[in-house]
Design a protein around this ligand. Structure first.
Ligand code: ZN
Length: 277
């Protein structure tokens, strides 16, 4: 791995199987994520319009976004002034949340990659739109460490015939952020609502971050309908590297981030609720 010394990652020596050594909550926690969603064990409710409806209000265009290589995948931070206009509330949430960033998880091939699974089935990838509770906390870091601090929208990516245009706007720049720490402005306006499925029925449960520190602070809202993209689009994610450009020459296999998903965790006594739109 060259001399790239990060705490954790997705390689044999620092991957999910060894996270418990540095982050004991990985094993001791009782609300870890992701989980396998067993659809016949879910509590099913129908959303009543006007009564505790899940509200997702985003600006129609997000101009001047920046995509970056976090070393764990690609990530798009939402600038504060745009973030303030993005509202997530209602449904399972007792407070108002605002978007902080979104990122993606994928696998070695398109038969794996999503973090959540549905009746044991994986999707090719999973987008995470991370929101923090502005009703109760002053900043995202405090929120991240607290129960109810975060709400994450999960969107499955399934393989179809047509490439996803909004994803292409990010992929156009992915070679420019190939290495850890690299950043690039996105030359287009991104419409984030197009990265969400049209039918917004969802599963919800209380869980954790799926990356260290694995804090048990997340209300998960995972849409049951995937969005579509092509196999080629997903394969371009795998060209990203978890090493810096300087360290890439000495890294095994060039330090490619061929996968960045955590395996599913025990449900314990939690209930998953399916909210049908
Ligand atoms: Zn994630």
């Amino acid at each position: 791995m060259g001399n790239d010394t990060c705490d954790w990652g997705y390689c044999d020596h620092n991957g999910p199987q060894v996270w418990p050594q540095k982050f004991p909550i990985a094993d001791s926690g009782r609300r870890q994520s992701p989980i396998d969603i067993e659809t016949d064990k879910c509590l099913v409710v129908r959303e009543q319009p006007g009564q505790n409806e899940l509200t997702i209000l985003y600006p129609t265009v997000f101009p001047e976004l920046t995509v970056q290589n976090s070393g764990y995948g690609w990530k798009v931070d939402i600038p504060e002034q745009l973030a303030k206009q993005s509202v997530l509330s209602g449904g399972p949430l007792a407070h108002t949340y605002q978007m902080a960033q979104f990122h993606c998880h994928w696998g070695k091939h398109c038969g794996v990659g999503s973090e959540h699974t549905v009746n044991g089935k994986s999707y090719a990838a999973e987008l995470h739109f991370v929101h923090w509770n502005t009703g109760q906390f002053d900043n995202p870091l405090d929120a991240m460490m607290s129960t109810n601090g975060l709400a994450v929208l999960g969107v499955f990516l399934d393989i179809g015939e047509q490439s996803n245009d909004e994803l292409d706007k990010l992929l156009e720049h992915i070679t420019l952020v190939r290495y850890k720490g690299e950043k690039c402005d996105i030359a287009h306006n991104v419409d984030i609502t197009k990265l969400l499925p049209e039918n917004k029925s969802y599963w919800t449960y209380t869980g954790s971050l799926t990356t260290p520190p694995l804090s048990e602070s997340v209300t998960w809202i995972v849409f049951s309908n995937p969005i579509l993209c092509t196999e080629d689009q997903i394969s371009r994610f795998r060209d990203m590297c978890f090493v810096t450009r300087d360290n890439s020459l000495t890294a095994a296999l060039g330090g490619q981030l061929v996968e960045n998903h955590r395996h599913t965790q025990p449900l314990y006594d939690r209930t998953v609720t399916f909210v049908q739109k």
